[in-house]
Design a protein around this ligand. Structure first.
Ligand SMILES: C[S@@+](CC[C@H](N)C(=O)[O-])C[C@H]1O[C@@H](n2cnc3c(N)ncnc32)[C@H](O)[C@@H]1O
Length: 312
């Protein structure tokens, strides 16, 4: 089995993808204790190192290095500031790349990285990864095109060691127009309880929440699952929203509305029945955070499966 070192591993979305693609994860790392709790409750066999990646001096050698460094600096949800320190964690990934010397690597990040004010950071990532000896390609992929019940566009940066003389080719869509039927909200969560008490964030819908349409029907794909429960999309059991003006929407009835629960969010990310352990760090916010930060396993699996067979 080809081996993997995983960085910024969170609760294990990307790693569930590489496991499904037939890889063995030798080591995972994240700074967030509850992400480790969830990861280990679902994959107890992994050596999960908890702590700041910059404090890790040695890594095992492996065939593949994966990492989805944090994205707050680039994402729509976060403050978009190109100079934030959090935006340079890719340098830690590049440091690990030079130590591990894998045959290939996969990075995932928010698609906002292609915006012009971050272009220099994307270019710098290409530069440091190429200098480390890799042929690098990037592409934006939408999880819904790979059987995930969600509109989620993310950039993937993939490198293959230059000694193989190969360029990476990204997977093409398997689901959508003229292809397999997309996975809908109903397919993903249609059999779950309608009002799972204690599992959904039940605060008011603030004006900012109602500045756009947050609801999709059962037979559509979900809007993007985010890490902040305040901004979690609406469950289709909620009344529809109608547009009242620029950035202003309102419910069409007074029936009760609710956001997706953290468990539904996990299903909409394509995790299946993810175990959320009740450790001392467990809180509803934490459960939403680790799930919303994750990479949909099926999307990561599709990218990992598209790597050429360079493992022997
Ligand atoms: C986009 S999420 C990764 C999600 C993960 N790949 C998954 O699929 O579940 C980014 C992760 O980086 C972690 N992180 C942020 N700063 C870190 C640091 N200095 N060292 C290690 N992990 C860090 C965050 O806690 C977060 O879980």
């Amino acid at each position: 089995m080809p081996t993997v070192v995983s960085l910024f591993s969170g609760c294990g979305g990307s790693d569930a993808g590489v496991l499904r693609a037939g890889f063995d994860v030798l080591m995972a790392n994240d700074i967030l204790p509850y992400a480790r709790d969830v990861y280990l409750a679902n994959h107890p066999e992994t050596n999960y190192v908890l702590g700041d990646v910059s404090a890790i001096e040695s890594f095992p050698s492996a065939d593949l290095l994966v990492g989805c460094y944090p994205c707050q600096g680039f994402s729509q949800g976060g403050v978009r500031k190109a100079d934030r320190k959090i935006n340079t964690l890719y340098l830690e990934f590049a440091r690990a790349l030079r130590i591990v010397k894998p045959k290939a690597f996969i990075v995932e990040n928010v698609s906002g990285m292609v915006r012009s004010n971050f272009e220099h950071l994307l270019k710098d990532q290409f530069k440091v990864f190429e200098e480390a000896g890799y042929r690098v390609k990037s592409q934006i992929l939408n999880a819904s095109h790979f059987g995930v019940a969600q509109d989620r566009k993310r950039i993937f940066i993939v490198g293959i060691h230059e000694k193989f003389g190969l360029d990476f080719t990204f997977p093409t869509a398997t689901h959508g127009d003229g292809l397999k039927k997309v996975t809908t909200i109903r397919d993903a969560i249609g059999t779950l309880p309608e009002w799972p008490v204690g599992e959904f964030y039940d605060a008011d819908f603030h004006w900012y929440y109602l500045s756009r349409n947050r609801r999709q029907d059962w037979d559509q794909i979900s809007k993007t699952i985010v890490a902040n429960p305040r901004h979690m999309p609406l469950h289709p059991i909620s009344p529809t929203l109608e547009k009242m003006g620029p950035d202003k929407w309102q419910f069409t009835s007074n029936d009760r509305a609710r956001r997706f629960s953290f468990r539904e969010a996990a299903y909409l990310q394509g995790f299946g029945d993810l175990v959320f352990p009740e450790t001392e760090r467990a809180s509803m916010n934490m459960k939403y955070t680790v799930v919303g930060n994750a990479v949909p396993p099926r999307l990561f699996e599709a990218v990992a499966r598209s790597l050429p067979n360079i493992w022997d």
